[in-house]
Design a protein around this ligand. Structure first.
Ligand code: PEP
Ligand code: MG
Length: 588
């Protein structure tokens, strides 16, 4: 037997963790369908066979939708509504039936043919949202074909042994059918961190790497794989030494996580007693147990867009009220910062007809959209205000670029409060309302904005892309996306100083808040609150507890004298190693 050569593939980390196992390659073209002719008297049976397959597929999707809604959330379940629309598309169904009659060919052959035509039409559409529906059409098409052919074997749901799934793409329904015990990791050729597949992987806690480009070309079923979802690396047929290295990294990681979690109930304060708010970012209210388990002292960013995505209607006030009040109650006595709807950029809503834009990140998004649609904005504000009676809620607006937007949003809020008072509905009259600072114009005029805001939360994901002119989702220019760039540090310093001068607190909820190499510098600038994904919390707490404010200030001051992001990063890493030596395994 010839020895397989080890191959390292690099992609985008989608869900953290290290796992080793055997590959199961899911072929994009799973079914080979021969051209089968029919006799005249077989046609009506064939049409019935096609209709039966549609009914069976619909039932399968409804079952998955129900199960996912129960196990994860109704938002996750809604993902499958788009699939149901494809099954109910009368044009597609009629076209298949007409072709079976006219061409006297088998249902599966005709269906595959019509499906290909649909996919081609969608792939040529200008509307990005419609183009993205191709994966839904593909997914549902595969299911219908499976039922037409009678291939009952569903590679994923009937998986008998633990496997790492390799695929060109994985649809949300594929991901949802992964039996948690048997699919121990996955890797795909395409995809981004914000795809539904990545969201599902994180929810199911399955280590995953996406955007590998050539995974399906380089991996065969049965190959031994290492998936490092933390660093976005997949190793095919690892040499014994590599396996040993990763196994020891995995063990260290698990032990280190355990060690970090032992500190979960200790206060988050510097060595000299400065209290820092360590908060978590969430997208769905079901994530609250994980927030608590990781020792976060509140939620610093509750992204509410997910209520509005993957569904055909808008969320009602009642539905939002229920979710916000559940979070408020569960997190009590801690704070929960709810961010108002931030659609646009790379987040599109299915139910609103928003024209395609040349520069969606700089277009009609976030607060701009909400100010233009006060009906939608007010519904959300009413839900947040009502929920504020049940815990310690705060609210913040995304993408504020100047004082007028803040004033307009606050005027709508006052209007909403008046309505509620008139209706005799109680809410927290003192609920703090803040602004996200994620546009350079807001960062530079933070002193003016501070007059109208109770707090600031720095959104570095957008602040970096706008300040450095680097699209945050374009992997080709990812090397320019530098949180440690001197310009970014200066903007952050300015925001914090302006906030403090006006007597308001300043937090950060962009990914930079969870970047351990930046923690000491941000602390030194005087950041009051760090909000990040739950899994990053224990490590941040360890760093914060290991340093004094004087040390952190000194590090921050030295950092801003350096000229490049790379120099700053190197310097920050060195300092971190000095101050928290046992973090070294993470720094390497
Ligand atoms: C940010 O921009 O840093 C942020 C937290 O918001 P989002 O990632 O949702 O744009
Ligand atoms: Mg943002």
């Amino acid at each position: 037997m010839t020895k397989q050569k080890e191959l390292t593939l690099r992609g985008i980390p989608a869900a953290p963790g290290i796992v080793t196992g055997h590959a199961l390659l899911l072929d994009r073209q799973q079914y080979v369908i021969p051209k089968r002719s029919l006799k005249e008297d077989q046609i009506s049976n064939e049409i019935k066979h096609f209709k039966d397959a549609l009914i069976q597929t619909k039932q399968e999707i409804l079952d998955i939708k129900k199960r996912i809604s129960e196990e994860l959330s109704s938002e996750h379940g809604q993902i499958f509504s788009a699939h149901l629309l494809v099954i109910e598309d009368s044009m597609l169904i009629e076209e298949v039936i007409a072709k079976i009659k006219k061409e006297k060919l088998s249902a599966e052959y005709v269906f595959q043919d019509v499906l290909k035509k649909y996919i081609k039409v969608f792939s040529e559409m200008e509307d990005e949202y419609l183009r993205e529906r191709i994966s839904d059409i593909n997914d549902i098409g595969k299911r219908i074909l499976k039922n037409l052919i009678g291939a009952r074997e569903d590679a994923l749901s009937t998986l008998k042994e633990k496997a790492i799934v390799i695929s060109y793409d994985l649809s949300p329904s594929d991901t949802a059918t992964m039996h948690k015990k048997n699919v121990i990791g996955f890797a795909t050729d395409i995809g981004s961190r914000t795809s539904h597949t990545a969201i599902m992987a994180k929810s199911l806690e399955i280590p995953a790497v996406v955007g590998l480009e050539t995974a399906t070309k380089n991996v065969k079923s049965g190959d031994t794989l290492i998936v490092d979802g933390t660093h976005g690396v997949v190793i095919v047929n690892p040499a014994p030494a590599t396996l040993k290295h990763y196994e020891s990294s995995r063990k260290k990681l698990v032990a280190f996580e355990k060690h970090l979690l032992e500190m979960k109930d200790l206060p988050c304060e510097t060595k000299d007693g400065r209290k820092i708010e360590l908060m978590a970012n969430i997208e769905l209210h079901e994530e609250v147990p994980s927030v608590i388990a990781h020792g976060a002292e509140g939620i610093g960013l509750y992204r509410t867009e997910y209520f509005y995505m993957n569904r055909k209607d808008l969320p009602t006030e009642e539905e939002q009220f229920k979710a916000y009040s559940v979070v408020a109650k569960k997190m009590k006595p801690y704070n929960v910062v709810i961010r108002t709807l931030d659609l646009g950029g790379d987040k599109f809503l299915s139910q609103l007809e928003i024209p395609q834009e040349m520069n969606p990140f700089m277009g009609w998004r976030a607060i701009r959209f909400c100010l233009a649609r006060p009906d939608i904005f007010k519904t959300q504000m009413r839900a947040i205000l009502r929920a504020s009676s049940f815990g310690k809620l705060k609210m913040m607006y995304p993408m504020i670029s100047g004082i007028e937007e803040l004033q307009q949003a606050n005027a709508i809020l006052e209007d909403t409060k008046r309505e509620l008072r008139k209706e005799g509905i109680s809410f927290d009259e003192n609920m703090q309302v803040g602004a996200m600072i994620e546009v350079p114009s807001a960062a530079l005029t933070a002193d003016i904005l501070a007059r109208e805001a109770d707090f600031f939360s720095i959104g570095t994901n957008d602040l970096i892309q706008y300040s450095l002119a680097v699209d945050r989702v374009n992997e080709k220019i990812a090397y320019l996306y530098e949180p440690a760039h001197p310009a970014i540090l200066l903007l952050i310093k300015n925001i914090i100083e302006a906030g403090h001068k006006a007597g308001i607190w300043v937090g950060m909820c962009g990914e930079m808040a969870g970047d351990i190499f930046m923690t000491l510098i941000l602390l030194g600038f005087g950041l009051d609150e760090f909000s990040t994904s739950p899994i990053a919390i224990p490590e941040l707490k360890k760093i914060i507890r290991a340093v004094t404010m004087d040390q952190a200030k000194e590090i921050a001051q030295q950092a801003i004298t350096l000229s490049t992001g790379k120099d700053i990063e190197r310097f920050a890493k060195r300092k971190l190693k000095e101050i928290v030596p046992d973090l070294a395994i993470e720094i390497e």
